[in-house]
Design a protein. Structure first.
Length: 349
């Protein structure tokens, strides 16, 4: 059957008319969205809003957020009051406290009798992350929502992390020495060398030592020294590329470590000059207690844990939390920026 070109033209004209109508339509106000969630719109208004939602994923997400907030409020109400109609004023107050990002752009022309001085709530967030059971957001004004109450210093650090900036830990410079001489080129990531702990503080007094393998190694041997170069722990000959000391290392001290590969050609030790020494510090109990106290401000939050651990210089522990956050937010550019920032903190200053 031959296709009529006039049918295509009519469909195309109808498509552009619909697109123009949606583009010039008023943005939904808070009252419109709340009325939709409460099923108080007439059929024509409801159909118009649903049509706009179908073409606007951000609006659809904000409607879902408002519906979720409504359900949370209902669950928190006493049983005797749950049958009461859902109060718009209560929803607005809860949204303001929780910082939920709603489409609250006022219409250019308000309805008769509408209060022109009514303050709008927070604008749509510029960053959102799933953080355990919570959804953390950052507004354009720098306000953080989705986390429990915490001190202004920590909240500012969280806002910075949502922008991809991590706080600089203090006192790591002695743990991150520079190479003794300029190397001829970029290092080989697969070369035999220590992997962790390097240039960081560690929370455990029995840290796990890891290194990259040597293709010709028959066994390995790890040695740990204090700053006076007194040997404090040793693995003896082992296979595999990780080892945990049997006894705890004294806290509050800096340590150096080396790993040797025993091959058919002799012993190969890393790191060796001109590579920098492999240093780390086991934090003292006071630092550890402070970290646990600050993490308790938002238990279960990977983002808060990452920031608190970075501030304390516990970079390996922070990296583990950040990897868990990345698993909850696959493909997130914000988490990718945090990973780059953490990698940069490991470079000698």
């Amino acid at each position: 059957m031959k296709r009529d070109p006039s049918d295509d033209r009519r469909r195309l004209e109808a498509f552009f008319r619909d697109e123009l109508r949606l583009a010039t339509a008023e943005a939904p106000s808070f009252d419109d969205i709340a009325a939709y969630v409460e099923d108080r719109l007439d059929p024509e208004e409801r159909a118009a809003l649903e049509e706009r939602m179908a073409a606007d994923p951000a609006l659809r997400q904000e409607v879902d957020d408002l519906r979720e907030l409504r359900d949370q409020m209902r669950r928190s109400q006493p049983v005797a009051t749950r049958r009461r109609p859902f109060a718009l004023a209560g929803l607005a107050a809860a949204a303001a406290v929780a910082g939920v990002a709603l489409w609250l752009r006022p219409s250019p022309e308000r309805r008769p009798g509408e209060d022109r001085n009514r303050p709008s709530l927070s604008a749509a967030p510029i960053v959102t992350l799933r953080d355990g059971d919570a959804r953390v957001a950052l507004s354009r004004e720098g306000a953080v929502s989705g986390l429990p109450s915490m001190g202004p210093g920590l909240r500012d650090a969280i806002a910075g992390a949502l922008r991809g900036v991590l706080p600089a830990p203090q006192g790591l410079e002695p743990l991150q020495p520079r190479p003794l001489a300029l190397l001829g080129g970029p290092g080989d990531a697969t070369a035999f060398a220590p992997v962790a702990p390097l240039g960081t503080r560690v929370a455990s007094d029995r840290p796990v030592f890891r290194w990259s393998p040597d293709a010709e190694a028959r066994t390995y041997e790890v040695s740990v020294f204090d700053q006076d170069l007194q040997k404090r722990a040793g693995s003896g000959p082992i296979t595999g590329t990780r080892w945990t000391p049997e006894r705890p290392l004294p806290r509050g001290h800096t340590y150096l470590w080396q790993v040797s590969a025993l091959t058919g050609h002799g012993r190969l030790t890393a790191p060796a000059p001109p590579a920098p020494e492999a240093r780390f510090e086991v934090v003292d109990p006071a630092v550890l207690a402070d970290v646990e106290r600050r993490r308790a401000a938002a238990p279960g939050s990977r983002l808060v844990a990452t920031v608190v651990l970075v501030q304390a210089g516990l970079l390996d522990d922070a990296d583990a939390e950040l990897q868990a956050l990345a698993a909850d937010n696959p493909g997130s550019p914000q988490v990718a920026r945090l990973s780059d920032a953490l990698r940069d903190l490991r470079r000698p200053r």
